[in-house]
Design a protein around this ligand. Structure first.
Ligand code: TYD
Length: 201
């Protein structure tokens, strides 16, 4: 089973992933915990390039999209697909929905470009995706409390509103795959919401 986790900054993805990881381990399941952009040494280097604020030039939106997919291609081939082939459960912090929400809805990139990349380079979509949804202000506050802001976290609230509406659009179009979790609830309640969905599939 391939499970991905999505949402804007500071909505508590990491906490939910940790709880589910423990839950599956408790059930003696083989679980792989990974993230995007990143998840392999090479993809993590691409992640550094994507998140760094210390560039002497502005990263173009196309470059940002292509780097996301370069990292994703490596991650799929080296980590995700082999784990799924070995019947492991893959918990992935962000996947293609982030590209739609951040690069298309947020940055305004042409959706056709994303479609070409998804059709050509993404052999496997998640079986279920948890979208942790909460008002933008809550998450931005939490992100700021965590310390130095990365290149995405430095964006303004209006950008994150667009990203949030991007996730909402996917949720509307693919309700069977993408499940919305109310991330304003306590970590335990969010975890219980996720478990209910998992029991259903
Ligand atoms: P992440 O570490 O999950 O951020 P956070 O912990 O703040 O939620 O992801 C890093 C950033 O990369 C995040 O701001 C969203 C962005 N991103 C995209 O813009 N497109 C993508 O396809 C992915 C996977 C991430």
């Amino acid at each position: 089973m391939f499970i991905s986790f999505e949402g804007t900054e500071g909505v508590g993805k990491t906490t939910l992933i940790r709880k589910l990881h423990e839950h599956f381990q408790h059930l003696a399941k083989d679980v792989v915990l990974t993230r995007e952009p990143g998840g392999t040494p090479m993809a993590e280097q691409i992640r550094s390039l994507l998140l760094s604020v210390n560039h002497e030039e502005t990263m173009s939106n196309d470059t940002e999209l292509l780097l996301m997919y370069a990292a994703r291609a490596q991650h799929l081939e080296a980590v995700i697909l082999p784990a799924l082939a070995a019947d492991k459960i893959v918990l992935c912090d962000r996947f293609t929905d982030s590209s739609f929400a951040y690069q298309c809805a947020g940055r305004g990139l042409d959706r056709e470009k994303l479609k070409v990349l998804n059709d050509g380079f993404v052999a496997r979509m998640p079986d279920i995706t948890f979208w942790l949804d909460a008002p933008i202000e809550t998450g931005m506050l939490r992100a700021r409390e965590r310390g130095a802001l990365d290149r995405f976290e430095q964006e303004k609230a209006t950008f994150f509103e667009k990203v949030r509406s991007g996730f909402a659009e996917i949720h509307e179009n693919e309700p069977a795959r993408m499940k919305r979790l109310d991330a304003t609830q306590t970590p335990e309640q969010v975890f219980q919401q996720a478990l209910l969905h998992l029991q259903q599939i």
